[in-house]
Design a binder for this molecule. Structure first.
Ligand code: NAP
Length: 182
């Protein structure tokens, strides 16, 4: 791949030139910022989404506008076969080599512990834990020894965080700041 020029920062970066990357949950938030950052560094980026097709396409457009390579791939990772379906699409686009996997897709629920249901727990576990596990299992055969896997998780808690609604806004603020930094 040739050098990429980012019109916003006027910098040219080729550090990841020739590399392929998958970012799950890249339709918004930290995933979106990560996908754009990888593309700016020259990687071919697969922008994964579940319900945000329009948003994911906008990320792909943004990547292509500056001469990068990007494609959107869809999969609902709450489904038992979600990771398998996603891995198939990844192989179809990048072939037999994936250099970077950022397993970022995830959900959280601002609910007190006593209000959390078994259904809530199962959904959180399916998307945040089961899907990354099986995605890694599926993609390992096309990842080399120099490939990178980044698992984004959300495990912090405190008694204060257990109060419903308390951390919604601070979390959004923090995400916006982190996304801007990326
Ligand atoms: N923000 C924080 O303060 C913070 C702190 C610690 C950890 N984290 C973790 O960092 C990651 C990103 O956080 P964020 O705040 O940027 O998240 P976000 O803005 O809520 O975006 C979540 C992403 O996950 C995708 N997703 C949700 N449900 C999905 C499903 N069933 N199947 C496939 N994809 C699904 C969404 O895709 P669609 O919109 O296309 O459905 C979206 O792209 C998460 O794993 C989160 O737990 C965040």
């Amino acid at each position: 791949m040739s050098a990429q020029t980012n019109p916003t920062t006027k910098t040219t970066m080729t550090r990841l030139s020739g590399k392929t990357a998958l970012v799950t949950g890249a339709s918004r938030g930290l995933g979106r910022a990560s996908a754009l950052a990888l593309a700016r560094m020259g990687a071919q980026v697969l922008v994964h989404y579940s319900s945000g097709a329009k948003e994911a396409e906008a990320v792909v457009d943004e990547i292509r506008k500056v001469g990068g390579r990007g494609d959107a791939v869809a999969a609902d990772l709450s489904m038992p076969d979600g990771a398998h379906k996603l891995a198939k699409q990844v192989s179809a686009v990048v072939g037999d080599r994936l250099d970077i996997l950022i397993a970022n897709a995830g959900i959280s629920k601002a609910a007190a512990i006593e209000e959390t249901t078994v259904e809530d727990f199962d959904r959180l576990f399916a998307i945040n834990v089961r899907a990354p596990f099986f995605l890694v299992q599926e993609l390992l055969p096309i990842m080399g020894k120099d490939s990178s896997i980044v698992l984004v998780s959300h495990s912090r808690t405190s008694p204060e965080r257990c109060v419903p609604g308390r951390y919604r806004n601070p979390r959004r603020k923090k995400t916006a700041a982190m996304s801007a930094e990326v």
